[in-house]
Design a protein around this ligand. Structure first.
Ligand SMILES: [Fe+2]
Ligand SMILES: [Fe+2]
Length: 261
């Protein structure tokens, strides 16, 4: 079984790049299931119903979120209504799907979304529960529903917290991938129990930007220390993702390959 996971899609450049490449990769690589992180798709900040539909139309089967879920206020009552959209399961003040089960070609795919608690800021920390405890609840829920494969998007800043989650879930689910930093890490690995892991998938977002943020804005903030309003870069986007293969009999990962275009 072959999975494609795509890192945070940033703004219009990210959506355009997704439109250009996602279907081609799905066809060429014979992908069975595709997960895309969409937390920055609405002009760099959050996701609206518009971007949700757009990302699904390009071939995603599930869309995950992250800390930007608070930005689009009108979405707070919408998240739970969109059946292919996840919000981190351990966030306590937004209602949505912390995990979802998708049946496709007679296979039951489970996806979980969680947010980290290290270096994510006080607001998030105060409005989330321990992801290591919450993940057990979500895994049990999915297994009770008959999930044959389970992937976790762990949206977190700290590499240590992400690596710990990967090791914690080895032998329990199929893949833990990190998102949020927008920089792809080169530490993809298959653990002893067959879990495929990477600390960060990266982004589908504008090159020569600061994680998607327009270079000039980022530099003003860093150099002068002054406030500068967020502006998404309009540069053409890079494409970051991973392809994970899972053996259908043993349910162990046999390969994890990075995409960096
Ligand atoms: Fe992001
Ligand atoms: Fe994020």
């Amino acid at each position: 079984m072959k999975f494609l996971v795509v890192g945070d899609v940033v703004g219009r450049p990210g959506l355009d790049r997704l439109k250009k490449d996602l279907k081609n990769i799905i066809d060429k690589e014979k992908i069975d299931f595709c997960i895309v992180n969409g937390e920055n798709s609405a002009n760099g900040k959050g996701l609206r119903v518009k971007e949700y539909n757009e990302i699904l139309s390009y071939g995603a089967d599930a869309i995950t979120m992250g800390n930007h879920l608070y930005y689009r206020k009108e979405m707070s009552t919408e998240y739970g209504k969109l059946d292919r959209l996840l919000v981190p399961a351990n966030i306590t003040n937004i209602k949505g799907n912390g995990s979802i089960l998708v049946e496709k070609n007679n296979v039951k795919f489970g996806v979980i979304n969680l947010i980290g608690q290290a270096e994510m800021g006080e607001i998030l920390k105060n409005n989330s529960t321990n992801p290591f405890l919450q993940v057990e609840i979500e895994i049990n829920k999915l297994k009770e529903q008959g999930a044959e494969y389970i992937f976790l998007d762990f949206h977190a800043e700290a590499t240590a917290e992400k690596i710990a989650m990967g090791l914690y879930l080895d032998g329990k689910i199929n893949c833990v991938f990190g998102t949020h930093t927008h920089v792809q890490t080169a530490d993809e690995v298959i653990y002893e129990g067959g879990l495929a892991y990477i600390t960060d998938v990266g982004m589908v977002g504008p090159k020569l930007s600061v994680l998607g943020l327009k270079k000039e804005v980022a530099l003003k903030r860093f150099v002068t220390g002054e406030y500068a309003k967020y502006e998404c870069s309009t540069n053409e986007a890079i494409f970051n993702g991973i392809i994970v293969e899972i053996d259908e009999t043993t349910k162990k990962a046999t390969s994890i390959k990075r995409i960096n275009m």
